[in-house]
Ligand binder design. Structure first.
Ligand code: NAG
Ligand code: NAG
Ligand code: NAG
Ligand code: NAG
Ligand code: NAG
Ligand code: NAG
Ligand code: NAG
Length: 531
């Protein structure tokens, strides 16, 4: 049946993208409206059932930083406006390109059941859970996505939508391709490319984009397996001396004769990678089209030790978590004292000074794996990506809980293109803004096993124990008016105390100056982009 479907598709050359399959006909692209019917009631965006409705996309056109000095040359500018200017906007608990899905954390036919999912340490999974995880990955690798396709050409190459270029892709590879598409270079025509552009890395959107990405990935795996209780596990790599998930029981051991390949005892050894040849695509001025490009490569520990001496240690993560500022100018890989830049790995995890000759924290893992994981575009080919990014997301969550930032501290303007607060993240359809994921995981319906008991996530929860105390002294108070007054001042007092404590931490962690060595012996090494 699915074979027949595949044959049919390859004959018809129907057209779609990571865009919803139903929104990729020439007719839809020319009309620029992606408001598909929800199967449940046949109405556009499930409007008849109150799920949502078709709306104009409202772009907040805030200026971005100088890293990308062009206008109107890249399909990802003001995403998704080059392709669509109307999409479904879903009500409260609904989500998806046709409002057919439940919002993160909501379940059931009418999305009325609210549940918190817990992501676990991969080593704490039961054998059954672990085997299920591996089986889902393998199934996803070989199951064609029914909902999405990938674009194999730019909008211009599609004659502005009138000759669509889209292609089927497996559920797993859809995510590899999306990660490639958001981070790829800009094709400027006449074989010229612009490399200082990345809608998901090297900017404040790095944590938010990857949070959305992992949630969507998890969600597609759940739908594929009809298993709402599935969660992606994480690998806590702190203080590891080697890649301890690189065994045949988990993500695949080393091949017996070729150290760059996976052991034949792991089914990942038979996986083919896609989107790993950026230079070639740039030279030919094409997009990655999802064609297999050879086996997964990984040689953990064989990396350039001058760049990344070892896997990150706990003290480095702790230092990063204590940084007070989420982001600092110029909001890219040169940012000093930026939590984001230090977590991402372009700043030294001991002093938070940008140093692009080094790859720390998040980047360190990519470099350490010395293979498919080590190039930005193709890194998601290696399933270790999932375990790694789930853990990186948990560090981001710890920072949010520790510092309880206001939404307004997320840069609204002048971040690199794609990274401003209200930018719609590339290449997701439906539309999600960076700021939508600058909230606690609990508000997105999930948590990490090792954080469940940790620091409360909102002011209300911080204040709750004090309120409890206030209740106990209640009987001692003479009147409700006095009580009200006292509670108010107690509130103020707590808030001031918390703030003062914060400020104090701030000043103590406003670091040691960097030790600058005179000569830069790594200047010759081309910067190895690591997502
Ligand atoms: C959306 O795009 C279509 C097709 O180009 C155009 O006719 C329409 O005016 C646009 N709508 C808005 C709100 O920009
Ligand atoms: C859902 O959204 C539509 C349009 O935005 C609105 O007319 C409708 O009342 C909403 N339904 C519910 C149940 O909130
Ligand atoms: C879902 O909503 C529909 C329409 O409002 C209602 O008829 C149905 O009983 C609901 N189903 C459940 C399981 O809540
Ligand atoms: C596509 O649109 C651009 C901008 O509107 C226009 O300059 C160009 O000529 C169009 N290309 C084709 C093939 O229609
Ligand atoms: C970061 O700090 C280093 C060392 O103090 C300094 O050379 C560099 O100019 C700073 N970068 C920015 C963007 O402030
Ligand atoms: C692996 O590490 C070596 C240095 O030890 C480096 O030259 C090579 O480019 C790395 N390969 C990948 C794919 O990262
Ligand atoms: C970057 O790191 C290298 C290696 O530790 C060091 O030699 C160099 O001085 C650092 N540069 C800066 C600007 O801190």
């Amino acid at each position: 049946m699915s074979l027949l479907f595949l044959c049919l598709l390859s004959f018809c050359k129907l057209s779609f993208q990571q865009f919803p399959r139903v929104c990729t006909s020439a007719e839809t692209l020319i009309r620029k409206e992606c408001c598909p019917a929800w199967k449940g009631d046949g109405s556009s965006c499930g409007e008849l059932s109150g799920r949502g409705s078709c709306q104009d996309i409202f772009i907040i056109d805030a200026p971005h930083g100088p890293q990308f000095p062009f206008l109107g040359v890249d399909d990802r500018e003001n995403w998704p406006i080059v392709f669509y200017n109307r999409t479904c906007q879903c009500n409260k608990s609904f989500m998806g390109f046709n409002c057919g899905d439940c919002r993160f954390g909501f379940f059931g036919i009418n999305c009325t059941e609210q549940r918190l999912s817990i992501r676990k340490n991969v080593f704490d999974l039961t054998t059954t859970e672990k085997n299920q995880f591996l089986a889902y990955l393998n199934l996803a690798k070989y199951t064609i996505s029914q909902d999405y396709q990938i674009a194999t050409g730019t909008y211009a190459q599609m004659n502005n939508g009138s000759s669509p270029m889209f292609k089927d892709i497996s559920i797993y590879d859809l995510f590899v391709w999306m990660h490639y598409y958001t981070s790829r270079d800009a094709l400027l025509g006449q074989s010229s490319v612009w490399t200082d552009i990345d809608f998901a890395h090297e900017g404040p959107g790095f944590p938010t984009w990857h949070r959305a990405f992992m949630l969507l990935w998890e969600n597609e795996l759940r739908k594929m397996a009809h298993d709402d209780s599935f969660t992606i596990p994480y690998w806590d790599w702190r203080d590891s001396e080697s890649c301890d998930v690189c065994t045949d029981e988990y993500m695949g051991g080393r091949h017996s004769t070729n150290p760059n390949l996976l052991s034949s005892a792991s089914f990942f050894a038979t996986w083919q990678v896609i989107c790993t040849r950026p230079e070639e695509y740039n030279r030919r001025e094409v997009l990655c089209d999802g064609v297999p490009e050879g086996p997964l490569q990984r040689n953990p520990g064989n990396q350039d030790r001058n760049r990344t001496p070892r896997l990150p240690i706990s003290a480095e993560v702790e230092f990063c978590l204590n940084l007070m500022e989420y982001e600092t100018p110029p909001y890219d890989k040169f940012a000093n004292f930026s939590f984001r830049n230090t977590l991402e790995g372009f700043a030294n995890p001991n002093d938070a000074i940008s140093n692009t000759t080094q790859s720390g924290l998040h980047n360190a893992l990519h470099i350490y794996m010395n293979g498919s994981m080590s190039g930005v575009g193709g890194s998601a080919n290696d399933p270790v990506f999932i375990l790694h990014h789930a853990f990186v997301d948990s560090i981001y969550e710890q920072w949010l809980r520790r510092h309880t930032p206001l939404q307004t501290i997320f840069p609204a303007t002048n971040a690199p293109i794609g990274h401003n607060r209200d930018y719609y993240m590339v290449p997701f359809i439906p539309n999600y803004r960076n700021i939508d994921f600058f909230i606690s995981t609990r508000d997105l319906g999930y948590d990490y096993d090792y954080l469940v008991e940790s620091v409360p996530s909102s002011i209300q929860e911080i204040i709750a124990p004090y309120l409890q105390e206030a209740k106990q002294i209640w009987p001692w108070l003479l009147s409700a008016a006095v009580a009200g007054c006292l509670v108010t001042s107690l509130f103020n007092c707590i808030i001031t105390q918390v703030c003062q404590k914060r400020k104090k931490q701030d000043s103590t962690s406003e670091e040691k100056q960097p030790l600058l060595n005179g000569h830069d012996e790594y200047q010759g090494i081309t910067y190895q982009t690591a997502m």
